[in-house]
Design a protein around this ligand. Structure first.
Ligand SMILES: Nc1nc2c(ncn2[C@@H]2O[C@H](COP(=O)(O)OP(=O)(O)OP(=O)(O)O)[C@@H](O)[C@H]2O)c(=O)[nH]1
Ligand SMILES: [Mg+2]
Length: 368
């Protein structure tokens, strides 16, 4: 039994495989880690397999799994999970895009109680070197979709991560495409995660395998995880649906507060309507803020805006923006598209609601 297993998926990596295995093993030695190296190869047609077999003669901790069916990166990593001889898995590319030197950090963070530890390109301190614009745009799009499901995670599609066996052991992974991490986050059982920044370096040697099909498969995967979360309430994405639901309930309560106060001010305090309305609006924003802060996002770590006053200010600004969006959409739909005014207002409300939730989730109630 090893303390950890480093899983290296490979397909035609003859120019990298020797160096990456040696580099990972050197890190094990340097940090006195009892680690296994598991190469999961999709029956490469170059010499990748024989190079690993040569390495195995001198290094007992090196294993290779050669797959002959169901070719694919995610499938290979999932097979690696079930063949590893330890309880902690770290996945790393063969082409030195991910720094082996971070392996001990990922391992330590898992030991410290995190169940998933992600090497992030998109958090402060992380980055991407030498990527053509097209790759950047695709990656940012993919990350955006993934972040809708896991808003606290900056890089839910990273290929460099550590995970405990217990997270994936019973998970009905349906691996396809390139984004095995998203599948792990969506179907696995976990509560605590952590991200570590790193700089992704584009491969120097060997060829890239990104195809247009990859993008389609990714969209299917996001849809599949979304459906899964509706029926599996232990999943991480379900935690997010609960927040959205609570945010909606709070929004409805805000309407009652808004109308109630307006009525009180006008009927009982004989206040001028034009003055009473903005007061009622502001008090309903305050109502919503308090409910969201104490209920919807009670368990949020509130890393970025740690002071409640700052969160209130942010929420207020976002709400004013939401109201402007609501009104703008109302005007556009009724004037330009001659839409029935109530339908136009409803569409405005729904879009403003999405705006309010997404922006507040990113700014007001987000972790550091
Ligand atoms: N087992 C297996 N490994 C794969 C497959 N496709 C890619 N890999 C490996 O997965 C890792 C990441 O693949 P890359 O081709 O580097 O993907 P990328 O980093 O998105 O793209 P480039 O670096 O630009 O080529 C590398 O170690 C590849 O050898 C596959 O179908 N099966
Ligand atoms: Mg690569």
């Amino acid at each position: 039994m090893y303390d950890l297993t480093v899983i290296i998926p490979t397909f035609n990596e003859k120019s990298n495989i020797y160096n990456i295995v040696m580099a990972v093993d050197a890190v094990f030695h340097e940090h006195s880690l009892n680690g296994q190296i598991l190469v999961v190869d999709d029956n490469s047609s170059d010499s990748t397999i024989s190079i690993v077999n040569d390495l195995k003669r001198t290094k007992q901790n090196v294993e290779i799994l050669v797959r002959e069916h169901d070719h694919g990166l995610s499938q290979s990593v999932a097979d690696g999970f079930s063949h590893a001889s330890s309880d902690i898995f770290i996945v790393i590319d063969a082409d030195f895009s991910h720094p082996p030197a971070l392996i001990p950090t990922l391992f330590r963070e898992i030991r410290a109680g995190n169940e998933v530890v992600i090497g992030s390109r998109y958090m402060e301190g992380g980055g991407i070197r030498k990527w053509p614009l097209k790759r950047r745009v695709i990656s940012i799009g993919a990350t955006f979709l993934g972040r809708l499901l896991f808003p606290d995670i900056t890089d839910p599609v990273s290929g460099f991560f550590a995970v405990r066996k217990s997270v994936v052991e019973h998970a009905p992974l349906k691996p396809r495409g390139y984004k095995i991490l998203l599948e792990v986050l969506g179907k696995g059982t976990w509560q605590k995660d952590k991200e570590i920044p790193f700089e992704f370096v584009d491969r120097e040697i060997g060829s890239s395998k990104l195809k247009i099909r990859t993008i389609i498969e990714y969209a299917q995967q996001v849809a599949d995880i979304t459906l899964y979360s509706f029926s599996h309430h232990h999943s991480a994405a379900w935690r997010e649906w609960k927040r959205i639901f609570k945010f909606g309930v709070v929004g409805l309560s805000g309407i009652l507060v808004n109308l109630g106060i307006l009525y009180l001010l006008v009927s009982f305090f004989s206040l001028d309507k034009d003055l009473a309305s903005p007061i009622a609006i502001e008090l309903s924003i305050l109502n919503n803020f308090l409910w969201n802060d104490f209920w919807t996002f009670r368990s949020a770590e509130n890393g970025k805006l740690s002071s409640r006053w700052h969160r209130l200010a942010a929420f207020n600004l976002v709400s004013v923006g939401g109201a402007a969006i609501n009104y703008g959409i109302f005007l556009i739909l009724t004037r330009w598209f001659a839409m029935y005014y109530l339908a136009a207002q409803l569409i405005g409300i729904l879009i403003a609601f999405s705006w309010n939730f997404l922006i507040n989730r990113r700014i007001t109630w987000t972790r550091k």
